[in-house]
Design a protein around this ligand. Structure first.
Ligand SMILES: [Zn+2]
Length: 277
């Protein structure tokens, strides 16, 4: 890591700051046992000590390191990246997903048709009309079927069931309003499909290149560089030094960063500065 970190002994927890940041439990070796984040590092670390389920982790802990951030989003971004880099023993094991899938709405002559696409065929963060992010085509398909059921959509029209002249199976059991046999207007059906998906729309990166997300704590201003929903690293450490940016590829869409950043950036609740690329 290019960030400065502070090392303390566990019997000296009082020096832990009451500020935002990431904390790292370490054992005898150099590998982290657990990485967490908080807006109040000291009280969060102390609460781990009081949690009976975590006694085994605490028994192995010899040291608690911490890295302060100027705000909460910085702590979330840093935590997510450090967990990915170090894969600590006591953090929940997350299955690495190399290829993400999504649902793309294609406009055809007869109407809108959902197509399952993956991050090899579309650019997440740049391709519009994508809905939902899934770890497999199978789970994207399952979500479509679930939405079809909730919104009384036609599986045949959605391409999830073979088309026949008598209409889809759902028509017989009254879960389809009849778009497959012309009983329901196709446009009305497609509007319901759109409203079923709209909340899960994958936002296109709204800038032409990287931006710095700025957080401030007192007179300390910290900048976190982000591009295409991917965290590239912090630019100002607490010591005032310029820490190096990570060498991650500039256009790697990152699901964890996306989840952290999508609301604050789209709702404009954070300070942003565009960076000349
Ligand atoms: Zn139908």
């Amino acid at each position: 890591m290019s960030f400065s970190d502070h090392k303390i002994e566990p019997d000296n927890l009082a020096v832990l700051p009451r500020t935002s940041g990431v904390y790292i439990f370490k054992g005898e070796g150099t590998l982290p046992l657990y990485i967490g984040k908080s807006v109040d590092i000291r009280s969060r670390v102390l609460s781990h000590l009081r949690t009976p389920d975590e006694a085994s982790m605490m028994a192995q802990t010899r040291r608690v390191d911490f890295i302060e951030t100027a705000g909460e989003i910085g702590a979330l971004l840093l935590e997510s990246r450090m967990i990915k880099e170090h894969n600590p023993l006591f953090n929940q094991r997350l299955r690495r997903v190399k290829t993400l899938c999504s649902i793309r709405l294609m406009q055809t002559a007869s109407g809108a048709v959902p197509v399952i696409v993956d991050s090899k065929s579309v650019i997440l963060g740049a391709t519009p009309e994508l809905y939902g992010l899934f770890s497999s085509a199978h789970s994207a398909n399952a979500k479509l079927k679930e939405l079809a059921q909730q919104h009384m959509l036609c599986l045949s029209v959605l391409g999830l069931e073979k088309t026949s002249k008598r209409g889809c199976f759902g028509l017989q059991i009254k879960t389809c309003l009849g778009a497959c046999v012309g009983k329901e207007d196709r446009l009305t059906h497609d509007q319901r499909l759109f409203s079923a998906l709209v909340d899960t729309q994958v936002e296109v990166w709204p800038f032409s290149g990287p931006v710095d997300l700025i957080e401030q704590s007192g007179d300390w201003i910290q900048k976190h560089r982000v591009n295409n929903w991917c965290y590239l690293g912090a630019r100002c450490s607490k010591a005032g030094r310029q820490s190096k940016l990570s060498t991650l590829k500039q256009h790697d869409f990152d699901l964890d960063s996306y989840k952290i950043l999508v609301k604050p950036i789209m709702l404009k609740t954070v300070r942003l500065e565009e960076v000349a690329s």
